[in-house]
Design a protein around this ligand. Structure first.
Ligand code: ADP
Ligand code: MG
Length: 683
């Protein structure tokens, strides 16, 4: 029954009558009374709180009390009448200005005390233009907190106020609670109606705080309950999952052939996942490990394990270069063990592709390596047992939900080299269990990182690079991708090429960028891998995963233009072999934030620490990997500042789902969740 009312409330805007402002606020995403009720004030006018003139700041919305010491009127140049008053409150004087109200000159009383409310502007002295005002009569101002809304084009503060007030008076009864009662009671949260009333017109500052908390929790609950419910369903459907017999024939052979022994951290992660698979638990893991921690081998050992036990597996990478590299690095060895591995990228077309797809469906191919596009196409497997997604930062909650909805999700492992603090990971990836490879293979030498800010250092750098090239090492140069309009600010790939050629022309130089055909990219990458090219000049295409152990120097132009995590990733392309490695960050930036970024990189190599610093420097919306998480468009929550609250709500959701067998018993919440996920999926 109330579902119907709720629906009505969503769609019937006529409820508001002729003063309806929806047509004007459509562009701002305000389409119905719900949207308007959730158009919360950007601030409040706290009338109990009278400001002193001596403490004013520019652009502040204030209440002032002052004695009128002077009034004059004059026409402006455009012929408008202007009345100017001067007031004093003992801490300073300021001007009050009214346009088009000539009568005020007569009615305002010199020497009387007035209260003024409005926005202060700093001119040569402070001014308020067209304030609300009244005689103070010596009485104190009544304690009252009033909303201040962000105004939008064509819609005034007053009109917004009027509309919202009217809805609060007339339509509040339509609003049903969307937080389950048990949660409201247990955590002592304000009910929805009371909170809506008080977020606009707070009775007192305490209740306002409680309102804010309630809406932050409500917002998180819709997101997290949605994600976690899916996971809960998946966990429940264990009878659907595969119970592996724990065969390890090929796995053991493969491990025997390895040139190194696995690190403790790698072993721990692998064992944990093998065990989960043996338990028949459908797995959803996020493996986080710093650049170079050896995630690829972990992925391979998991895939081989599936093959050992009669299933197919797939490894997906974000770029063709990376997919190809993974393929090239493993296929020979795997085929010698009797495993059939194939590569499937967008570049593989026509007949070859058809054959591949057929063989996959017939189960002739054991492991397929490709780009994320694999899941987009209608590719069928005979017995798909495991999907591993490498470098998942373009693969968020929504994509994972797509996989699940397509029924393609058997067991899922995503691997990320962009570590984020565990607490944040746990909340962003609410539907995944987090494992961490917190150890680098032994013998890694630190990568020396230097910020190059002037030409003298730059010359020295080129000299140093020349020496290393002569010793047989290889070098990367990275240029930032630039828009035509930014040409003045950053060096393009072409300019970098010209500079490098001038300095190091005696060496063999190749370039690679995103607009090249995949075949061409592949060729250049191969030439660099096998040492035919000594220098590779590139855009960000080599950011992730690329592995050329003989390359020992990474040189990044316009270092200030990249985020910390990206720079860390780029740096991770070197230091992969036995040679001491170096990273040069070129930048003449004077910007403080950029400088602190570069300094952080000079001083630390720990990806988790860098990620934490990155979080501190960035605004929350920009945090790497957040965009796809569903957390980026939160209105009332800051994912960095409110991390505790996010965790708190996650726990609430888990508890609730357990108590209710995975069922969301509050219908309104269910509607809100569907709404949220449908919106995210279509946008
Ligand atoms: P990432 O975690 O960044 O994906 P990779 O899987 O590319 O790292 O591994 C980086 C390099 O370390 C590779 O050359 C790989 O062969 C090597 N490696 C991986 N595990 C070990 C280990 N346990 N001991 C020594 N070298 C290892
Ligand atoms: Mg990798």
């Amino acid at each position: 029954m109330y579902e119907k009312i709720y629906e009505e409330a969503y769609f019937k805007n006529e409820l508001l009558g002729p003063k309806n402002i929806f047509s004007k606020m459509e562009k701002n995403g305000i389409n119905n009374i719900f949207d308007l009720l959730y158009y919360f004030p950007k601030g409040y006018d706290n009338r109990g709180n009278i400001k002193k003139i001596g403490e004013l700041k520019d652009d502040e919305y204030v209440v002032l009390k002052g004695i009128l010491t002077n009034v004059s009127s004059s026409p402006t140049r455009t012929g408008r009448q202007i009345v100017k008053g001067t007031i004093s409150d003992g801490t300073g004087i300021m001007d009050i200005i009214w346009f088009q109200r000539p009568y005020l000159k007569k009615t305002l009383k010199l020497g009387e005390e007035y209260i003024f409310i409005g926005t202060v502007k700093k001119n040569y002295i402070f001014q308020i233009i067209n304030p609300e005002f009244r005689l103070s009569n010596g009485k104190n101002v009544k304690m009252e907190i009033l909303p201040i809304y962000s105004v939008v084009k064509e819609v005034s503060q007053n009109l917004i106020k009027k509309n919202i007030k009217e809805i609060l008076n007339k339509n509040l009864d339509l609003i049903e609670e969307n937080i389950p009662l048990s949660i409201l009671q247990k955590y002592n949260l304000l009910g929805r109606k009371i909170a809506l009333k008080n977020i606009h017109y707070p009775l007192n500052p305490q209740i306002l705080e409680n309102c804010k908390k309630r809406f932050a929790i409500e917002e998180l609950l819709i997101l997290e309950m949605g994600i976690l419910q899916k996971k809960y369903e998946v966990d429940l459907k264990n009878n659907n999952a595969y119970i592996l017999e724990g065969k390890k024939k090929i796995v053991s052979e493969y491990i025997k052939k390895l040139k190194f022994s696995l690190t403790k951290a790698q072993k721990k992660v692998i064992t944990e996942i093998y065990n989960s698979l043996n338990n028949g638990k459908q797995i959803n893991y996020l493996i986080q490990g710093d650049v170079g921690s050896g995630k690829t081998i972990v992925a391979i050992l998991l895939l081989i394990y599936m093959v050992d036990n009669g299933y197919q597996g797939t490894l997906m990478a974000p770029t063709e270069i990376l997919a190809t590299q993974h393929y090239l690095s493993i296929y020979k060895e795997l085929e010698s063990l009797g495993i059939k591995v194939e590569l499937l990228t967008g570049a593989i077309k026509g007949k070859k592709r058809d054959i591949l797809l057929k063989e996959l469906e017939e189960g002739k191919i054991d492991i397929i390596i490709g780009t994320h596009a694999i899941i987009e196409d209608n590719i069928k497997f005979k017995k798909l047992g495991l999907i591993v997604i490498d470098e998942q930062h373009r693969f968020g909650v929504i994509q994972r939900k797509k996989l699940r909805d397509k029924g393609m999700l058997s067991n899922l492992i995503v691997m990320s080299a962009t570590p984020i603090p565990r607490s944040l990971a746990l909340t962003i990836y609410g539907d995944l269990d987090v494992l961490i490879i917190d150890e680098l293979p032994p013998g890694r030498k630190p990568i020396k990182t230097k910020w190059i800010s002037n030409n003298i250092d730059k010359e020295k750098m080129y000299e140093f690079i020349r020496k290393k090239l002569k010793e047989g090492r290889q070098v990367y140069f990275v240029a930032s991708l630039i828009e035509e309009s930014e040409k003045l600010l950053a060096k393009s790939l072409e300019e970098v090429y010209l500079e490098v050629e001038k300095e190091l022309g005696e060496f063999k130089i190749g370039t690679i960028h995103g607009r090249m055909k995949s075949k061409e990219k592949e060729e250049v990458m191969n030439e660099f891998s096998c040492g035919e090219l000594q220098i590779l000049i590139s855009t960000l295409v080599i950011e992730v995963g690329v592995n050329v152990p003989n390359a020992s120097i990474m040189t990044i132009f316009n270092g200030e233009r990249f985020g910390l995590s990206t720079l860390h990733q780029l740096r991770g392309r070197v230091g992969r072999g036995e040679y001491k490695s170096y990273c040069f960050l070129l930048s003449d930036t004077k910007n403080e934030v950029s400088i602190s970024r570069l300094e952080i990189l000079e001083n630390t190599e720990d990806g988790f620490k860098i990620a934490e610093e990155d979080l501190k420097l960035r605004k929350s919306g920009e945090v790497f990997g957040i965009k796809q998480s569903g957390l980026s468009d939160l209105k009332f929550v800051d994912i960095v500042k409110d991390i505790k609250l996010i965790k708190f709500v996650k726990d609430i959701c888990i508890e609730y789902l357990k108590e209710n067998n995975g069922e969301i018993k509050n219908k309104v919440l269910e509607i809100d969740i569907n709404e949220k996920f449908n919106k995210s999926l279509t946008s």
